[in-house]
Design a binder for this molecule. Structure first.
Ligand code: PMT
Length: 419
């Protein structure tokens, strides 16, 4: 993902990481990885001293973006100056914040790109100090830190411990990467909640993944859903400010950040969890729910060879969760969106399904093996509404999710006042 991609501008939160010149700079490489794993866009400014510890090349490989180093690089000033670098970020992180950097920040000095960006900042700044304990405890540093804290700069660490220099110990170790990540997430989410996002104040309910219907204690009926599409929808709704409840069948995916997840196995459990999660403003049912379950699952493992012929499995119909939710009088979500997984006449079948199930919208996709939708990363969908069918170009599942939740947010904004 490029920092300046469309997705980055609309949905992704952006961290401008200023790496200072200290031995702890190496931790920033891992920090970048962890932030990118969380779908945050990371752009990096390296001070001159930082380049003694990490190279622009290694940082650039991790951010998938150019690295900024020089205030007086005329190209940079013309293309993307320090003001724009500052403005395009949602949060500025200074790590390691050396004694020298803190001193310059505290005194409003802007004699390199890093300090110029910080002085121009109109966004929160988080500093992660790292230095020798004597430098940290020096009254000059403590004065600078107190002044910066008074100016609204956030601090994490330093921690106590062994220093890189032999025999030196005390306060001065930079906070560890997980501590930095959680401080960054906290600052970003408080910033998010301060601003009004398209789904702020809304509750979005999402189902995702397959259901497993037991045959006996060790075997089950399942389908090929990976949960990628449904989980991406939950993540996209959370990024737009919604409170999101995700009811997830058995999948091998991590729970999306900032989403409340209930893990279930069977269709009946999914229905119960969905009912419990109501009321919701929007329900997006992307799960591939098994249409049938075994009528009477065996209490013990069915033994091979116990009978002359293989056992026959009697099936019974599962409840239709989409139909049930769409038909409710009490607590019917204002917008009920179902999916349709078809292998032929996709738009026609999905249009009929919208009516039959009482959904407001249906997102139809072709799940023929050749389309590679089950388990794949891309999808081509048709959005079926009361007004007809609209075919979207092939996109990643994340992009489908972002476009869908944005459409749902716009629809609700037009038809309802949010709470
Ligand atoms: O998980 P991935 O690998 O990313 O793949 C994504 C997907 C193909 C699973 C997804 O895009 C998708 O199409 N999900 C719906 C799958 C499905 O069950 O489609 P359907 O046409 O059988 O069902 C129509 C709708 O009714 C769906 O919203 C489904 O959740 C719902 N349903 C179906 C049966 C049932 N008993 N209860 C239901 O609520």
């Amino acid at each position: 993902m490029r920092f300046n991609s469309y997705a980055a501008k609309v949905l992704v939160k952006r961290v401008l990481l200023i790496i200072g010149g200290g031995i702890a700079a190496y931790k920033c490489l891992d920090l970048i990885r962890r932030l990118r794993e969380r779908d945050l866009a990371v752009r990096v400014v390296l001070t001159k001293a930082a380049q003694e510890f990490v190279t622009p090349l290694s940082v650039s490989a991790l951010t998938n973006d150019r690295v900024f180093t020089d205030l007086f690089d005329l190209d940079d000033e013309r293309e993307i100056g320090h003001i724009r670098l500052s403005r395009e970020a949602d949060l500025i992180v200074v790590a390691p914040a050396t004694a020298d950097l803190l001193a310059r920040m505290a005194n409003g000095i802007a004699n390199d790109l890093a300090t110029a960006v910080i002085l121009a900042a109109d966004k929160p700044v988080l500093a992660a100090p790292a230095m020798n304990p004597r430098m940290w405890l020096n009254p000059a540093t403590q004065r600078n830190v107190a002044r910066l804290a008074g100016d609204g700069i956030h601090f994490i660490g330093p921690n106590e411990g062994e220093m890189a220099e032999r025999g030196e110990a005390g306060p001065g170790r930079m906070a560890e990467v997980p501590e930095l990540v959680s401080a960054i997430e906290k600052l970003l989410s408080s910033k998010l909640s301060a601003g009004r996002l398209p789904l702020s104040g809304r509750h979005v309910l999402v189902t995702s993944g397959p259901t497993h219907e037991p045959i006996d204690p060790v075997r089950y009926i399942a389908n090929r859903s990976s949960g990628k599409q449904g989980h991406a929808i939950a993540a996209a709704a959370a990024k737009l400010g919604a409170r999101v409840t995700l009811i997830a069948g058995p999948v091998a995916l991590a729970d999306p950040v900032g989403v409340t997840v209930h893990h279930i196995e069977t269709a009946e459990e999914m229905l119960e969890a969905v009912k419990e999660a109501l009321p919701a403003d929007i329900a997006i049912l992307a799960a591939a729910v098994a249409d049938w379950r075994i009528d009477a699952p065996a209490a013990g493992k069915i033994k091979k060879g116990a009978k002359a012929s293989p056992p026959s499995l009697a099936l019974t119909e599962n409840p239709d969760i989409l139909k049930t939710i769409a038909a409710r009088n009490a607590h019917r979500p204002a917008l009920v969106i179902g999916f349709a997984a078809e292998t032929e006449s996709v738009v026609e079948q999905a249009t009929a399904k919208r009516r039959a199930k009482g959904a407001d919208w249906i997102v139809a996709n072709d799940v023929s093996p050749a389309a590679g939708v089950f388990g794949g990363d891309r999808n081509t969908v048709h959005l079926i509404t009361g007004g007809g069918a609209e075919t979207w170009p092939q996109m990643t599942k994340a992009e489908v999710a972002e476009r869908l939740v944005m459409r749902a947010a716009e629809h609700l904004a037009k038809t309802q006042i949010s709470v």
